[in-house]
Design a protein around this ligand. Structure first.
Ligand code: DHB
Ligand code: MG
Length: 207
């Protein structure tokens, strides 16, 4: 991952962070060796803090991967009896995430659903205090349309990769970068929103 702000500043912040809880530290190693694009300890802590300060009870995550971010959320809301539903399209990856989540002691807090977010979300009941989008980049604008009505009042819509290696700035850009640029514009129009330039950019919006 290249740095979108200043490499030295970003390294300074990462170096200040204490070690992540053991399971997350292990997953950071797994992600590094297998090139799994996880949010990392800085954005992980940000999600954890947002989940706790908002006293979230119902969190929806789109894009589980190996469960790293779901575990940060889960650790944030376990005490406040919050629940996390996370959707993963790949069956083997979903199974691996379930194992990691169980090892973190979060099997009652985090539920992994194996399926396509576009199809699973309309079938889910109820509303959410946080929706976190970290899935197929081309689907971000559609996920926004789909999820905005599923947020409770004061609910947070959070999205990873909002700056996509800085490619959202380019005039000639990939389909992924274009989808993210459109997503950012849509988000700013529809909700009270910010983009934090941590790691690859995190968009945070309140309903
Ligand atoms: C990449 C990073 C991500 O955070 C993600 O969700 C998908 C891909 C990447 O760097 O390729
Ligand atoms: Mg991501």
């Amino acid at each position: 991952m290249s740095y979108i702000t200043n490499e030295k500043i970003e390294q300074y912040i990462y170096n200040l962070l204490p070690e992540s809880p053991r399971i997350l530290k292990e997953l950071e190693q797994v992600a590094k060796s297998r090139h799994v694009p996880i949010i990392g300890p800085l954005v992980g802590r940000l999600l954890h803090i947002l989940a706790r300060t908002s006293r979230a009870k119902h969190i929806l995550e789109i894009g589980t991967a190996i469960g790293y971010s779901a575990i940060w959320f889960g650790l944030g809301v376990k005490q406040q009896k919050g629940r996390v539903i996370t959707i993963e399209i790949d069956q083997n990856t979903a199974q691996e995430a379930r194992k990691n989540i169980a090892r973190a002691g979060l099997q009652k807090t985090v539920e992994v659903i194996n399926g396509d977010g576009m199809k699973v979300i309309p079938k889910l009941k109820g509303k959410f205090d946080i929706v976190f989008i970290d899935d197929s980049k081309e689907n971000y604008p559609k996920y926004l349309e789909m999820c905005i009505n599923r947020l409770n009042k004061n609910g947070l819509l959070i999205a990873d990769n909002a700056l996509w290696r800085g490619e959202v700035l380019l005039e000639s850009r990939s389909a992924d970068a274009d989808a993210l640029a459109k997503f950012n514009e849509l988000l700013m129009k529809k909700m009270q929103s910010v983009i934090i330039p941590a790691r690859d950019g995190v968009a945070i919006a309140i309903k």
